[in-house]
Ligand binder design. Structure first.
Ligand SMILES: [Zn+2]
Length: 453
């Protein structure tokens, strides 16, 4: 027996379809986990197993978060890491993260996903690259299944510790053979290549300054053998560029290409300092980028040339990045910051509200190598969110409700539907008891910080 869900009477439905239609008094009809019809409320079926009245709401495709480190929700605003750039920030945090436990991974992932979902995100990647004390990527995947989020779990890793010229302390790095073996196990256990998949695995050594060239190359071979995507950090700030020039005698883009890390199945986080040759090469090869504006501002990494990248044809998605370098992981807020930061760097017409929404939906889908999310049209996965225009932050902004979502103070969703399941109803998560999760999370955050003292 199939189950149907109708969202009707929306002030506007933002489709992100080929014509970028915005449908006034719009409706979306869902059967099970797939969108069957999108149109005006008058033209769609009037009944369904569940009906949501979206009067005075804006309906948009679920936002796609392409870069995160969810465990970092336990280490927000750590005093010693509040005011440093990337390398200083990392060296202050590694010793704390060395005490992570499997329970901490599970609970922090639930917390981070709850925050993302309430802020309009329905699909997220998470880049977990530190595995002390028996932590496994399985812990994150379990949390995603529990809360009902579409999840691209990236098996990160670090293998070059300080004694070998890397940045992380030796106690948090892993053996390269073990990394590749565990990555293969995860792909074979969890990766779902099918359309509308709720979980996929990504091969994701942490960064050029924490793994070897061999691991980068072997990771690419492993990923391509299994048809899964590749993800890492690249060209984040000027020190990152200097490291690449000194160690490899190459720019980060040249190094990525040399390791086989370009193509439509690869996306790199940040790329704030990617040079013009790198931008053109990424465009030519279909290599994607996760733009993380808040983190880039927080760590003073610079302003990624997103306008230039999009004009050159690079696929760009948005990422909130880990909660220790963007202490407010609000996906609609990140969309707003993407728009504002491009304007700071490149002028008032460098990014419109609709362009920002497009990279947060279609852009993210493309970067994750998916064609079944990011737009509301028949045959797409049933992932959408509703924002209530009656909130005070939108007051007076009804002249253009779609732009208001991005220009006004970021709001939480009224409803979120993920894979056809109503995960947020009337602003409340339906799948987990958030109060209970937060209580556990805050206790574990204190335990973690105290363990490093
Ligand atoms: Zn990151």
């Amino acid at each position: 027996m199939s189950k149907t869900l109708l969202i009707k009477n929306a002030r506007v439905v933002v489709t992100m379809d080929e014509q970028r239609r915005e449908i006034a008094n719009g409706a979306v009809f869902i059967r099970d986990n797939v969108i069957e019809q999108v149109g005006s409320s008058a033209d769609l079926p009037h009944i369904a197993d569940e009906v949501i009245d979206a009067s005075n709401h804006v309906v948009i495709p679920g936002l796609v978060n392409t870069h995160h480190h969810m465990y970092q929700s336990l280490t927000r605003v750590i005093p010693a890491a509040q005011n440093g750039e990337l390398f200083n920030w990392l060296t202050n945090l590694y010793p704390i993260w060395a005490n992570l436990t499997p329970e901490m991974i599970q609970v922090s992932t639930l917390t981070a996903m709850a925050e993302l979902i309430l802020s309009g995100c329905t699909t997220s990647s998470d880049h977990l690259y530190i595995y002390p004390n028996g932590c496994k990527l399985d812990d994150s995947i379990e949390a995603a299944q529990k809360i009902g989020m579409r999840f691209h779990a990236a098996r990160g890793s670090m293998s070059v510790g300080q004694s070998k010229g890397g940045l992380p302390p030796d106690c948090v790095v892993e053996d390269e053979k073990a990394i590749l073996k565990d990555t293969q196990r995860l792909i074979e256990t969890y990766h779902d290549a099918s359309r509308h998949a709720m979980q996929r695995i990504v091969v994701a050594p942490c960064s050029p300054f924490s793994v070897s060239r061999d691991l980068m190359k072997e990771a690419a071979v492993l990923a391509r053998h299994h048809g899964v995507s590749l993800h890492t950090h690249l060209a984040e700030n000027v020190n990152d560029i200097a490291y690449s020039r000194e160690k490899f005698n190459m720019t980060p883009a040249e190094y990525a290409e040399d390791c086989g890390w370009v193509g439509h199945d690869v996306w790199h986080a940040h790329c704030v300092q990617l040079d013009d040759e790198g931008i053109y090469m990424f465009a030519r090869t279909g290599t994607g980028i996760a733009h993380c504006p808040c983190s880039n501002m927080r760590l003073a990494s610079g302003i990624a040339p997103i306008r230039k990248m999009i004009d050159a044809g690079v696929s760009v998605g948005l990422g909130v990045d880990g909660s220790a370098s963007n202490d407010g992981a609000h996906m609609l807020g990140e969309t707003r910051q993407a728009m504002l930061l491009q304007r700071v760097g490149f002028g008032p017409d460098a990014m419109t509200a609709r362009q920002a929404l497009e990279i947060a939906t279609l852009g993210g889908a493309k970067v994750l190598n998916r064609d079944d999310i990011g737009a509301l049209k028949p045959g797409m996965s049933a992932d959408l969110v509703l924002f209530d225009l009656n909130q005070v932050g939108f007051a007076g902004g009804w002249h253009d409700p779609v732009a208001a979502l991005v220009f006004c103070t970021p709001s939480d969703v009224a409803y979120s539907v993920i894979n056809g399941q109503v995960v947020v109803r009337n602003g409340q998560l339906t799948t987990v008891d958030l109060g209970n999760v937060l209580e556990r999370h805050n206790k574990l955050a204190i335990t973690l910080a105290e363990a490093a003292r």
